[in-house]
Design a protein around this ligand. Structure first.
Ligand SMILES: [Zn+2]
Ligand SMILES: [Zn+2]
Length: 377
């Protein structure tokens, strides 16, 4: 540490500055701190900057290569990335205090940004300013993940199918959305190995190819928890990787149940049509003749032997003409405008002027209106 009465080792002048003003921690000590002010400032550089900086970016997804890996920064404009990288690459002299800086990027060409950085600070009670110019080169590449996506790499495929029918548009759209949600959730935790490789329509449904078996399994689980049904998995040896490890591809075969909530079916048990309310576990629903609850047997599960009559959405409003008794009402047939006597379910509100009805092969039936028919979930 410099003391009053010391001499500058370079020029021999006596040193008069007060050493108490300087930073005191030894690891931050500048070897030049023993010099007099004149010699010190002769050598002094406020900013330590590299000659040039190269930033590797993925031209597909905007990821930036940092250290030895690709990092998602969601960059749309690489100027911000260049500013960040520049600020990390620039070093400020350890003895400087009250440092502030600003940087002005100058786009030279598509892949070159010239960074004009101006630093100010205080050293030995003297205000100092320094400007440095650092060219930042943007190297556009394809990151590992985008390369794998482009190459069609996948570790599992989810086959979305339905029993005795095609999956509906809603089910297929939801299946794809679930896949994207799961990938987004994993990406949000910094996982760059999560991606959807391909979503494609095939005979009988939809195939979703994804990067890991874990994602495939999650998609299958979430689909079944939303729509019912079941899934099975099967594993197939594809190849050995460069380290001789066996690489498996897992297929998750999802079978959505034959009926879905909102459908009207006839279980052919002589008690009339059923509006399906749930297909989680055993199929459950409401009898359109009485309003009583229906539940398929354990053996039938979510696939009782039943005819499909229509959908709740096919219902039309028609005039409620009269209440006959506790078991029957009269309504206008929405197609012929004849007055018909039909069963009176317990969910019917006798005070209304019109009711939604479904006309099907099984005849004319009153549908529950809105969500007023109770809930068996
Ligand atoms: Zn000196
Ligand atoms: Zn990429």
């Amino acid at each position: 540490m410099t003391r009053s009465g010391a001499f500058c080792p370079r020029c021999g002048d006596p040193i008069e500055s007060d050493p108490g003003e300087r930073p005191d921690h030894p690891e931050a000590r500048d070897p030049d701190s023993v010099l007099c002010d004149a010699c010190y400032f002769e050598e002094f550089d406020l900013v330590d900057a590299p000659d040039r900086i190269e930033v590797r970016v993925c031209s597909q997804c905007g990821a930036v290569h940092r250290g030895n890996r690709w990092v998602d920064v969601g960059a749309e404009d690489y100027t911000d990335v260049a500013v960040d990288v520049t600020s990390e690459a620039l070093g400020v002299h350890v003895e400087a205090t009250d440092v502030s800086w600003q940087v002005a990027p100058e786009q030279v060409d598509r892949n070159t940004i010239r960074m004009h950085a101006t630093f100010t600070g205080v050293v030995r009670e003297t205000a100092v300013t320094e400007e440095v110019v650092v060219p930042v080169k943007i190297a556009r590449e394809t990151c590992q993940r985008c390369g794998r996506i482009a190459g069609g790499s996948f570790a599992s495929v989810v086959q979305v199918r339905a029993v005795d029918r095609m999956p509906t548009d809603e089910e297929e759209e939801r299946a794809e959305a679930i896949a994207r949600e799961i990938v987004a959730e994993m990406e949000a935790t910094g996982d760059r190995e999560a991606f959807v490789t391909d979503v494609g329509s095939v005979d009988g449904g939809l195939n979703i190819k994804v990067s890991t078996t874990k994602i495939g399994q999650k998609i299958a689980q979430r689909l079944v928890s939303e729509f019912g049904g079941s899934f099975s998995d099967s594993e197939r040896l594809i190849t050995e990787d460069e380290d001789g490890e066996e690489v498996y591809r897992v297929t998750y075969a999802v079978r959505l149940p034959p009926f879905s909530p909102g459908e009207v079916i006839d279980p052919d048990d002589g008690e009339g049509p059923v509006l399906v309310r749930s297909v989680q576990g055993n199929l459950k629903g409401t009898r359109l003749t009485t309003g009583a609850a229906y539940e398929a047997s354990f053996e039938d599960g979510d696939a009782p032997d039943a005819r499909r009559l229509g959908d709740r959405e096919d219902g039309v409003e028609t005039t409620l003409v009269a209440i006959e008794d506790e078991h029957a009402i009269q309504v206008l047939d929405p197609e012929t405008y004849e007055t018909k006597s039909i069963p009176r379910p317990n969910y019917l509100d006798a005070d209304v002027d019109s009711v939604p009805v479904l006309k099907s092969r099984a005849g004319l039936h009153v549908l529950p209106s809105g969500g007023d028919e109770g809930d068996d979930e």
